[in-house]
Ligand binder design. Sequence first.
Ligand code: 5AD
Ligand code: SF4
Length: 466
Amino acid sequence: MTEDAKTIPSEGGRSPARALVRSYGCQMNVYDAARMSDLLAKEGYDAAAREEDAELVVLNTCHIREKAAEKIYSELGRLAVLKEERRAQGKSLEIVVAGCVAQAEGELVMRRQRAVDLVVGPQSYHRLPALLKEAREGARVADTDFAAREKFQALPAPTKAQIAARGVSAFVTVQEGCDKFCSFCVVPYTRGAEISRKVESIIEEARRLVDGGVREIVLIGQNVNAYRGEDEAGRSTPLEGLFERLSAFDDLTRLRYTTSHPVDMTEGLIDAHASLEKLAPFLHLPVQSGSDRVLKEMNRRHDARHYLDVVERLRRVRPDIAISSDFIVGFPGETEEDFQATLALIDAVEFASSFFFKYSPRPGTPGAEREDQIDEDTKRDRLARLEARVEAQRRAFNAATVGRTLEVLFEKQGRHDGQIAGKSPYMQAVHVDGDEGEIGRLRPVKIVAAGPNSLSGEIVEAREFA
Ligand code: 5AD
Ligand code: SF4
């Protein structure tokens, strides 16, 4: 999970108003924040880098775990103080709450924090300008409708300058929402039912991004591999169909996707990892638990065997594929034996990297209603043991790349002068000494060392690339 202050590239409008969209949580929020920033720039807002410099602050919020939601209320408390100070000086600060807290808690957000002017859900943010106008006319507005189909059509296409601000790698939402209803998860309630964007609209957005300099596209969705979008002829197209179309873009060098569900890993998608050269050999495939009993109670619709089979099939067609996962420890009723089954699955798979969480009861989900909640000490203890196991695997995976030559897509300048940074096919950060002119290029890099969080290497000539 990341926190990302998204500044808004100025469109050179004369309006003195400045806006800041701050994003919390998952990649979809990062994408939504970028689209909101583009929209506000079109409305004449300049970019603010800090709340203190902004007349409009949008918090694009996350509701996935209790801590994420509480963080928003403490941030709102800080903004309320700033708003009061402004008011004393005869100035203003408009505060907007967007994203999943907005969707899940709606008007409650305004009741908990009176300084909030507007609450807008993830499917309504294309209406931000009109809603801001209503708020200015004195209404306290909460718009949390689910009308996803309208949103992408209504949003303005990003300009060249806005695309340049995205960098070398850009997200494109292809699918939103979730019909799976895992018993711990709020997403089906905050993001609604699964909806796939039309192929044409995705291809058009990707074309614009690539023409503007983007070299890697990450297709995103809460359940991205459940994607079934309509193509120009009205045919239902799976995710690999999008990858095939995007592979034909000459200047696009790499494709990724996230987040996938094990039950939607079809043969077609697995085979795409063998046949499509641009599709990176990396898959984020959350398993959550290795215990069949817990998986059933989580309503995951798969068991450990199914997950291991998917991994095996992927490795058969693409032996070097790296797998990452999410884990939850301390789901209600989880026993030590269940937890041991998770550790056994970790040993069996050998993950390249993982995210791990203590179970956090979310209001409105079946898991939160259960009486067999696990105590905090047990959760903490299991989390520490799980972390030790997956971190050891991550370090081993990184160390095993030393001596290999990997294709690195350079994304930005490094930590010091003369250094540039990029990503390996396996999502590892790689630093090399090199020229800024390499940014945006895919180059063979011989890995010479593996640190705790990144690799370092040397660019080699293509002919040395084995
Ligand atoms: N408690 C802890 N972790 C959760 N996740 C989702 N809901 C919860 C919850 N209630 C984790 C899952 C998911 C990731 C994005 O967040 O592992 O894959
Ligand atoms: Fe949440 Fe499960 Fe849907 Fe993923 S698949 S978004 S964990 S309900």
